[in-house]
Design a protein around this ligand. Sequence first.
Ligand code: SF4
Ligand code: SF4
Ligand code: SF4
Length: 354
Amino acid sequence: MSISRRTFLSWLGAAGAGTLLPLKGHAAGNRQFDGYPESMGVLHDTTFCIGCRSCENACNRVNEFPAPGVPFSDLSVLEKYRRTTSKTYTVVNRFDVKGKAGDQPGTPVFVKKQCNHCLEPACASACFVKAFKKTKEGPVTYDASVCVGCRYCMIACPFEIPSYEYDEPFTPRVMKCTLCYPRLMEGLVPGCVEVCPTEALTYGKRENLLTIARKRIQEYPDRYVSHIYGEHEMGGTSWLYLSGVPFTEISMREDLGNISAPMLTSGALSMVPMIAGLWPVLLAGIYAMTLGNQKQYDLEKNMAVKSSVEKAESHAKEVLAQALEKAKKAQQDAVKREVDKAAKAIHQTTAEGE
Ligand code: SF4
Ligand code: SF4
Ligand code: SF4
């Protein structure tokens, strides 16, 4: 049995809540995502997408990335499933699927992939220096100047989006779609949305996009499956998707559930100082998790829990010893005060008798 990121995050939360001593106050900083009702997003109606890659081209241009080896006009890249990279914030993939009724074998469906700009992002939740931030406008932004390169965000993201600049020797960054935040601040729409020739991408207030999506499903029940992907997944995302086929058929996970990452990790994140020491052990477990090696994973998990318990116990002993020492000193001081008081009284009585 393989272990999902979500299971891992849940376990992480449980480990934090159950095995570590409560240290003061770092959790609140990471649990700041209450959602922004006015925030913007994009609705990707995959039934309109023709796989032209114009969005990829625009993204490359607005982010000033180097030209790719294969030009954007070459659609042969669609033969293979692709993921985003540190120099490709968005990719379009083709899926040859059966139609909704199962009667159209081999119908291609094109799906654009990029950061989903979660309402309560796992990447931000995992980042203890707060390099990732959910803005009130919608985009999840990244501040390279505070990033320590730990890459926990990459592990935490349930959509496998952030990429690391491994080829950057001096100042490698974690890279992902910004939802064109600088453009939005200038009153422009995201680059990909601007160029899409079929209106497969619609930019707008998330609430309005949900209304549009619901209306389309209601008016064209034969065209769409009755599910707006991103409305609730992992607590909701700013990118929303409509599809004519089940989302699992276009490689979109439907097993993520609706609980946001901060809820899952809250226990662990409230113990940031302790967890900081624990992370390397946990990371070893991640490798096992990635490989689907249950035995190795259990071993790493037990090691991590054992390590955290030992640290908690040693911390508890230290605190107890300090408290006993303090009490002993307070007791000695009290005795000394009483002795001094008695001596003073005797001295006074003697002086009066003379
Ligand atoms: S999709 Fe991944 S990288 Fe993007 S906001 Fe969500 S957790 Fe962060
Ligand atoms: S929103 Fe901007 S950065 Fe994100 S995929 Fe579109 S063009 Fe690229
Ligand atoms: S530009 Fe629009 S139609 Fe073309 S691949 Fe991108 S989302 Fe699809």
